[in-house]
Write a protein that binds this ligand. Structure first.
Ligand SMILES: [Zn+2]
Length: 589
């Protein structure tokens, strides 16, 4: 029997899938593009329609339609499967119901909860009226599946328990909370997390509801205005951009994205026709507890669709900080960052509902480059105080100029600043050098890890471990699982126990994925050999990267002996990588 994976591959070509995200050009029998997974100016990303695969000569990204969707959309395998099955019109329904994992259950619970909230809203005239006064149309309310959590203690709880979900599952989904222990018996137990709130479902990029954001309806003065789901096995506050599932098409088509802060901003912007709008998860981008890597992976996803982004945050301080942090990182990713021209202290939602769509259109149209935006702010505040302007430019603007990736653009901005302020370009260049020096330490600390590369090794490792775990569940193994496990541990230099520990939380998912991929008649031995080779290659490449960094340091410090040693190590690693490549060549001819 054909597996769903095979059916999907038969119906969707690699060309069709990839070109729905990035623009492909013909190149002989293949197609090429600028790589979506690393930053480059000349195309080294190739798609082979005959093989159904892609490969990048710049960063070694490679795979099929499934890995492409996983990496591009930041989804797990099941998410990619769901998304592609939907596009191909392949049903997944009768597939492996007994293997339902914890995550799968949580997605279903969230879906049930969404229906409950939506029904509550439909029956509540008062809320509907309120949403209409905020400028939302009935169509939009339905489309975004906006709901309402009544001011009951256990409304959702009772509804979901009646649907045969278990208490612990609802707790895991972040929908209910336990009362404090010291309450009298009889009043202990679980209660709904969201109460008296308008509910906005948050979806991942394949459209599955993974969390809720609740906006308070009756303000009691002590509850937070916004309440979000806690981190759960299917939701991480730090890594989600709201609305990406709806925005990606339009971002690609219009070749720019708009980043707003809140749910209402997002929804009203979509309603106003700007479907290329995504929202940062509340404070995620300005929150310093969220790591730089997470901001990068959030923005990286958007960058793959288009390099142009317009930030449209509140004029208040938090919004300003969010835009500065997101802006600096976006600049360093090589993006073209603009700031929307919003009136002071007005957020996009207010602007659209009070001043109408044309005002929003104008704010987007008149957006300015981030650096010009800051420059104007400083000039407005420091009229006639040249020393102050000079100081502020060095402190507040040059770090952003430094973050710009291209040196041509850096020069362009220095000229612009010079033209506007009268400060000579040479003086600005000197100051920029100083800023560069000062920031160098910071940059070394945040060493530029290419997230997708790290991801690739982990990805191969997970795939292999999935095969091992799956084979162990079978009476008749097609391969020697123990032997492979040992091999993985040798390649990665990690003990077997540690390897297995890493998979403890995702065991069922990994087994599922392996079975879907390798369950029907494929040459498992050959595939495993290839995966092991790839794993070793990726591991060696990472090691090589570290050694090259060490080399720079030791050369800088003029440590001759050390430099010689590192060079020798580098050549050994290179030889190993080469011999893996040669072995692959032999196998294919
Ligand atoms: Zn690449």
């Amino acid at each position: 029997m054909n597996s769903p994976v095979q059916k999907i591959k038969e119906r969707l070509s690699i060309e069709e899938v990839v070109s729905s995200y990035i623009k492909l050009e013909k190149s002989g029998a293949n197609l090429k593009a600028r790589c979506p997974f690393h930053n480059e100016k000349t195309p080294s990303f190739f798609v082979s329609p005959s093989r159904g695969s892609y490969y990048c000569f710049g960063c070694a990204a490679k795979g099929d339609i499934f890995t492409f969707i996983e990496e591009f959309e930041g989804l797990d395998f099941k998410g990619a499967l769901k998304l592609l099955a939907g596009r191909a019109g392949v049903s997944l329904q009768n597939f492996n119901p007994e293997m339902e994992s914890e995550k799968e259950k949580l997605y279903k619970i969230m879906e049930d909860a969404t229906s409950y909230f939506v029904k509550n809203l439909e029956e509540n005239e008062e809320i509907l009226k309120y949403l209409k006064t905020r400028g939302l149309s009935i169509g939009t309310i339905k489309d975004f599946r906006i709901g309402f959590a009544k001011l009951d203690w256990r409304g959702l709880y009772s509804y979901l328990i009646a649907k045969n979900w278990k208490e612990f599952e609802l707790e895991k989904a972040g929908l209910i909370k336990k009362t404090e222990k010291d309450l009298p018996v009889g009043r202990q137990g679980f209660y709904d997390r969201f109460r008296g709130r308008i509910i906005f479902p948050i979806s991942d990029s394949s459209g599955r509801v993974i969390a809720f954001s609740g906006r308070i309806f009756v303000d009691d003065g002590k509850s937070a205005k916004y309440l979000n789901s806690p981190d759960t096995p299917i939701f991480s506050k730090s890594s989600v951009l709201y609305g990406l599932d709806r925005a990606k098409e339009s971002i690609r088509k219009n070749n720019f994205s708009i980043l707003v802060e809140g749910q209402m901003d997002l929804i009203l912007s979509h309603q106003a026709g700007y479907k290329n709008t995504v929202a940062s998860s509340g404070t995620a981008l300005s929150d310093s507890t969220i790591s730089r890597e997470n901001v990068i992976s959030n923005l990286g996803l958007v960058r793959r669709l288009s390099e142009n982004i317009v930030l449209a945050f509140d004029g208040d301080k938090a919004g300003f900080n969010a835009s500065t942090r997101a802006g600096k990182i976006a600049l360093s990713l090589g993006m073209d960052v603009k700031v929307a021209a919003l009136p002071p202290s007005v957020d996009p939602a207010d602007l659209i509902s009070k001043s109408g769509v044309p005002a929003w259109k104008k704010a987007i149209k008149n957006s300015k480059h981030l650096i010009e935006f800051f420059l104007d702010k400083i000039l407005e505040n420091g009229i006639n105080d040249n020393r102050r302007i000079g100081r502020e430019i060095k402190e507040k603007i040059l770090p952003y100029v430094n973050a710009v990736e291209s040196s041509i653009e850096k020069m362009h901005f220095l000229k612009k600043i010079s033209d506007t302020t009268g400060i000579p370009e040479e003086a600005l260049k000197d100051d920029l050098k100083k800023v560069e020096q000062e920031l160098k330490f910071e940059q070394i600390a945040e060493e530029k890890v290419v997230p997708s590369q790290v991801f690739r090794k982990d990805y191969i490792e997970k795939r292999l471990l999935g095969i091992v775990l799956w084979q162990k569940t079978l009476l008749e193994q097609k391969i020697d699982a123990e032997k492979i496990l040992k091999k993985i541990s040798e390649i990665l230099n990690i003990e077997i126990n540690m390897l297995l520990e890493k998979t403890a939380n995702s065991k069922e998912d990994l087994i599922f994925e392996a079975e879907v991929f390798y369950g029907s008649d494929v040459d498992l031995k050959k595939d495993v050999k290839e995966l092991l080779d790839n794993l070793e290659e990726e591991y060696l490449k990472e090691k090589l990267l570290r050694k090259i960094q060490e080399l720079h340091f030791s050369e800088e410090k003029k440590e001759k002996e050390r430099t010689g040693q590192i060079l020798k190590e580098i050549s050994e690693i290179n030889n190993k990588i080469q011999s893996i490549k040669n072995g692959r060549l032999k196998m294919n001819t």
